[in-house]
Design a binder for this molecule. Sequence first.
Ligand SMILES: [Zn+2]
Length: 137
Amino acid sequence: MKYVCSKCGHEEEIQTLKAKCDCGGLWKLDYYMPTLSFKDRGAAVLVAYMKWLGIKHAVQDSSGNAGNSVAAYAGRVGIDCEIFVPEGTSDKKIRMIEAHGAKANVVPGNRDHCCEEHGRTCDALISMCGAGLKSDH
Ligand SMILES: [Zn+2]
């Protein structure tokens, strides 16, 4: 097991007594996060905030890792989740998203098409709940 420097990428044995990398970067162990991705950092904060707001349904577009993170954290706290992924996303990533209880919607086309489709679904959800808000996609 090794630390990875957040600044230069240097790997250092975890037994090191050095508090920081020689370049000044901080040590990190992102590959030990629940979904093995640093995207968990943002997803944890985002989903905690959604839970605090009382959000019941989350929709996100992603090429894979961010969607997997949001699906994992949303599933853990009982928020329904739909992840829009572009065609060509690996089956492995799609299965990971679904393993967290989220629905993976594979959108034909590129990532931009995926974002557009996700935006339409967001607008529909916001309209359904009558919040009077317009999403900003
Ligand atoms: Zn460094």
